[in-house]
Design a protein around this ligand. Structure first.
Ligand code: SF4
Ligand code: SF4
Length: 136
């Protein structure tokens, strides 16, 4: 399985070889999606952890026990509704029904609670109005 997490670590953990330990101890394939490290004063990483679920759970527990804060990465889709022309291209691509157009106004309606963040709308909109947002 693949799990994306936001890892926030304090200054006293900043010099610890965290990534090495995840790979070596828990057999996790680690990809760094985003890094914001403030010269010895701690920082924040967005990591993609790829392994079986037991190893990932153990690795997350290990980070927490080491004083590192670990939270699941929240992702959401948003779009610029002020520029939308309700052409319907994104509704055809959307597999979950989160995007729809219907009477009486025939305007695009977005229901975020139905969105599965598949990103198909991002590539389908001719005006490039969709974007993906990551929590920080
Ligand atoms: S594809 Fe873009 S312009 Fe067309 S309805 Fe969807 S968001 Fe609006
Ligand atoms: S990310 Fe996927 S599920 Fe969410 S609105 Fe776009 S097409 Fe629909």
């Amino acid at each position: 399985m693949v799990k994306k997490v936001v890892v926030s670590f304090p200054a006293d953990s900043a010099s610890r070889p965290l990534i090495y330990e995840l790979i070596k101890k828990y057999d996790i394939k680690v990809s760094i999606i985003k890094a914001d490290i403030d010269g010895g004063r701690g920082g924040k990483l967005v990591l993609e952890l790829d392994s079986d679920s037991d190893h990932i759970r153990q690795a997350v527990n290990f980070m927490k026990e080491s004083g590192v804060d670990v939270t699941p990465l929240e992702k959401k889709i948003s779009y610029d509704d002020t520029k939308c022309v309700s052409c319907g291209a994104c509704t055809s691509a959307c597999p979950s029904g989160a995007l729809s157009i219907s009477a009486p106004d025939w305007k695009l309606k977005f229901q975020p609670d139905k969105c599965v963040v598949c990103k198909l709308c991002i590539v389908s909109c001719p005006l490039k109005l969709f974007k993906i947002e990551f929590a920080d």
